[in-house]
Design a protein around this ligand. Sequence first.
Ligand code: DAH
Length: 349
Amino acid sequence: MREEIKNLKEELIQKLNNINSLKELNDLKVEYFGKKGPITEISSKMRDLSIEEKKEIGMLLTDLRNETTNLFDSLKEKLETDALNKKLESERIDISLPSTKIKRGSKHPMSLTIEAIEDLFVSMGYDVVSGPELESDEYCFERLNLPKGHPARDMQDSFYITDEYLLRTQTSSVQARYMMSQEEKKPIRIIVPGKTYRREDDATHAPQFSQIEGLVIDKKENNVSLADLKGTLEVFARKMLGENLDLRFRPSYFPFTEPSYEVDVTCFKCGGKGCSLCKQTGWIEVFAAGMVHPNVLRMNGYDPDVWGGFAFGPGWDRITMFRYEIPDIRLMYQNDIRFLSEFDRKDEN
Ligand code: DAH
């Protein structure tokens, strides 16, 4: 029996050395240690042995079990690790491969336009300011020299929320707000890009549109004049619409400026020769502007004997439309991906 156990052990160890898979290992375990296996068989024969022999054979069997169990366990661990490594290797992801392209959005043409305008004005020392879209009658009209019942209010058919509050019809409201917000009256140089609202809707007018108000106030002794307004608008137009443009000032009327102008620029499509865009006139209206009315200064805390300046208010949508030759204002508010993707920065893709 001793001999039998010894042989069994050698045989088993040899077989273990040739095992290549977890399945083979498992089968081997069943073969030797299972109910019908040789080890069980030897154990069952021990019944007939003397106590001494039982002891000795018992120890040999325990020894065989311990030793081979260790071998089984370590081999099992090794085979499992090998299997896992093989799996990892076969499922490896090559991260050096180029990824699939993600479709990115692009900036809206209105954003591209205002970024350029803000850069220009900030470089000239202006601040960029905003104000509320839900505005009081007081700031939208009264403090701009348009008292209740003033006929010029009719040009701006409005969305009133209550008798006193409306969706602002013009960013000029922020002229008054900004002047009033200055505790210590200081010189002002601001632009105010923002949304505005009026009750109109056709190919060139939307009920919600956008303006960029400009306001410059300084001490009278610094002589902010019409020439400064003209120079400012010239830089503005040339930077945004084309370097060779000329400006034409036409007298106009706005209650908050005196004198007031509508300012045309050379038609950037035909260069002034006359075409469908400029209705054969060679000019396109871009700005409304003027010298700030003394009443507006006074009503908003700036003494008109001490202070003076100019204001201007182009349509932000209009400038964007001109800049990118967009034929219908509504395109800019429809969120149509085919239109918007025209403004993709190709160089960034
Ligand atoms: N707020 C005027 C409008 O919407 C435009 C305007 C005219 C703005 C003259 C100005 C200005 O700042 O000086 O019709």
